[in-house]
Write a protein that binds this ligand. Structure first.
Ligand code: GTP
Ligand code: MG
Length: 278
C-alpha cells in the first residue's frame, strides 16, 4: 500500500547537505518535542552520531507534563546521553551555555548544527544560541527550507530544515501531525487526524480537558460527534449550518499542538508501540 507522507524536496536536499557538513562540526544539537521525545527523534541522529557527538534538547517543556519530562531526562542520563529541557519562549538556556563554553576549542569558535524534525523549535533555539533573531521562526512545519550558517560570539551555528523519515509508520506521521510537526492535510486529512487524537485523549484519560474547554459532556459518544460539537463551538460551519469537519479538525489540532488544551505528554520512557512490536 503506498504511504502518504509529507517529504518535500527541501527535506531530501537538507539531509544530503547535513551529511556533508557533519565532518566540519564539533557538536550537533538534536531538538525533540518534550511531549513525545521518542516519536519526535530525528531520522538523522544515528548516522550523524557516528561523525560527531549529538546532544538532545527537549523543547516545549512548558507544554509537557513536568513529571514526564523529569522521567525523560533521567532516562537519557541513564543512557549516557546529554540532554536538557527548555521552554524556549522563555529564552533561559544558561545551563546549556555554560556547557558550551567548556566545549569550545581553544583556537577557534565552536561549530555546531541544530537538527530535528519540523517545527520543534530549531530556529528559535539557534537564535538564542547566537544571541540575535536571525533565523526565521514560525508556527507551521517547513518554515526553514535550507541549511545556513549563523555567527554568534565564539559560535558558528547551522540552522537546518526539519527532516522527517518518509519510511516511518503512518501512525507515527499521524502523531507528529498532532504535535504540529507533520501536515495532517497530506496524511489523511485534518478531520481524520483530529479524530485519532480525540480517541487517544479519551483512552489516556484526558477527556476532562475537552469537556472543560468546550463544555462538552458525553465522553461515551462517538468521536465524530465530539468533533462536530467542537466544530459548532468554534463556529466552523458551512451553508445550511452544517459543520465543516476539515476546518473543525484543523482548529482542534491547532488547539492541541500549541498547548491550549493543557499540558499533555504523549509518551513516557519505555513506551512500546504496536507497530514496533509487529
Ligand atoms: N510553547 C513553546 N513554543 C515553542 C517552543 N519552542 C518553539 N516554540 C514555537 O514553535 C514554533 C516553531 O518554532 P521554529 O523555531 O520555527 O521551529 P523549527 O524547528 O525551526 O521549524 P521548521 O523550520 O519549520 O522545521 C514557533 O511558533 C515557536 O514559537 C517552546 O519551548 N515552547
Ligand atoms: Mg526552522
Amino acid at each position: 500500500m503506498p504511504r502518504t507522507v509529507w517529504f518535500p524536496g527541501h527535506m531530501a536536499k537538507g539531509k544530503r547537505k547535513l551529511e556533508e557538513l557533519a565532518k566540519k562540526l564539533d557538536i550537533i544539537f538534536e531538538l525533540r518535542d518534550a511531549r513525545a521525545p521518542q516519536l519526535t527523534s530525528s531520522p538523522m541522529t544515528v548516522q550523524l552520531s557516528k561523525i560527531c557527538p549529538v546532544y538532545i534538547v527537549l523543547t516545549r517543556a512548558d507544554l509537557a507534563e513536568e513529571g514526564a519530562t523529569k522521567a525523560w531526562l533521567s532516562f537519557f542520563a541513564s543512557q549516557k546521553s546529554k540532554a536538557w529541557a527548555f521552554n524556549l519562549l522563555e529564552g533561559k538556556i544558561q545551563s546549556l551555555r555554560r556547557d558550551l563554553t567548556k566545549m569550545k576549542p581553544s583556537h577557534r569558535e565552536l561549530r555546531l548544527a541544530v537538527v530535528g524534525i519540523p517545527n520543534v523549535g530549531k530556529s528559535l533555539f539557534l537564535n538564542l544560541l547566537v544571541g540575535k533573531k536571525r533565523a526565521q521562526v514560525g508556527g507551521i512545519p517547513g518554515v526553514t527550507k535550507g541549511v545556513s550558517w549563523y555567527k554568534g560570539q565564539d559560535i558558528l551555528a547551522v540552522d537546518s530544515p526539519g527532516i522527517l523519515d518518509p519510511h516511518s509508520h503512518n501512525e507515527v506521521h499521524r502523531r507528529l501531525a498532532w504535535l504540529g510537526s507533520s501536515k495532517a492535510q497530506v496524511i489523511g486529512g485534518t478531520d481524520v487526524v483530529a479524530l485519532s487524537l480525540i480517541e487517544f485523549l479519551k483512552e489516556r484519560g484526558y477527556w476532562h480537558l475537552i469537556e472543560e474547554k468546550w463544555n462538552i459532556e458525553n465522553e461515551a459518544e462517538e468521536s465524530l460527534i465530539t468533533l462536530e460539537k467542537i466544530g459548532r463551538r468554534l463556529g466552523c460551519l458551512v451553508s445550511g449550518g452544517r459543520v465543516d469537519f476539515s476546518l473543525a479538525g484543523q482548529r482542534f489540532l491547532d488547539t492541541f499542538s500549541t498547548g491550549k488544551l493543557g499540558r499533555i505528554t504523549l509518551e513516557w520512557p519505555g513506551e512500546r508501540y504496536p507497530w514496533e512490536i509487529d
